[in-house]
Design a protein around this ligand. Structure first.
Ligand SMILES: [Zn+2]
Ligand SMILES: [Zn+2]
Length: 227
């Protein structure tokens, strides 16, 4: 099974188009939050326009997909902040916030932004926007840390998922880190006109390959994980 993991697409139409093309090469697409860009000074249009574009693009994916919300996806409605706007994707076969599902031989959970975490994680994969605190994936290059304290506690108790697929920290020190039994992954975010940074997890040969974008093109780095 091959998983394509991306994060923090922040409503860039070209990146969604790239994702549609790449999705035909994998079994499952996982998007770990911040699909929208809700900064006041963003150039990607109003929240409504972004939602329309993102929903339209995601329904064109050529593989099953799962997502979790990030801090940029929560819209206030009747005093409640949530990513309810992703709900139509459920009817199209997408796995969204709150979904727990089996895919091939593995169990997945999509953890909503801002909600308490389950204490134990019998699942193999969590999609969770913020990586655990205290791991390279949540540390920015300037040394500041933006990870999730709660997730760190779950992972440190060795009751965490096998993989935590995250984003949120746009320039992490490394694309992967380990805590307890959990491998934390964060593809990172680089300003590239056509494609986002991405990660391929290949469960058949137990490799994780990072494809960071950059001014000098796209280079890759791979590591192999134990059974
Ligand atoms: Zn982000
Ligand atoms: Zn974020």
């Amino acid at each position: 099974m091959k998983i394509l993991h991306v994060s923090d697409l922040h409503a860039r139409p070209a990146w969604f188009k790239w994702l549609i093309r790449e999705s035909s090469k994998v079994d499952l697409v996982c998007i770990s939050g911040d699909l929208l860009d809700l900064r006041v000074d963003c150039f990607n249009g109003s929240a409504e326009a972004q939602i329309k574009m993102v929903l339209n693009q995601l329904t064109q994916l050529r593989a099953p997909f799962a997502l979790c919300s990030g801090n940029h996806d929560s819209i206030s409605s009747r005093g409640v902040e949530s990513a309810r706007w992703t709900e139509p994707l459920r009817k199209r076969g997408g796995f969204i916030d709150g979904s727990v599902f089996w895919f091939q031989d593995y169990k997945f959970r999509c953890v909503p932004w801002g909600e308490p975490l389950p204490v134990v994680a019998p699942e193999d994969f969590w999609l969770i926007h913020a990586p655990p605190l205290g791991v390279y994936t949540s540390q920015a290059m300037d040394g500041s840390s933006h990870g999730c304290h709660e997730l760190r506690e779950v992972c440190r108790s060795a009751a965490g998922p096998l993989f935590a697929l995250s984003g949120h920290v746009h320039s992490p020190r490394r694309f992967w880190g380990m805590l307890g039994r959990t491998i934390s992954l964060n593809p990172g975010w680089r300003d590239h006109p056509f494609q986002p940074s991405s990660i391929i997890i290949d469960m058949s040969n137990r490799t994780v390959t990072h494809w960071p974008t950059g001014l000098l093109g796209v280079k890759n780095a791979t590591f192999r994980f134990a059974e």
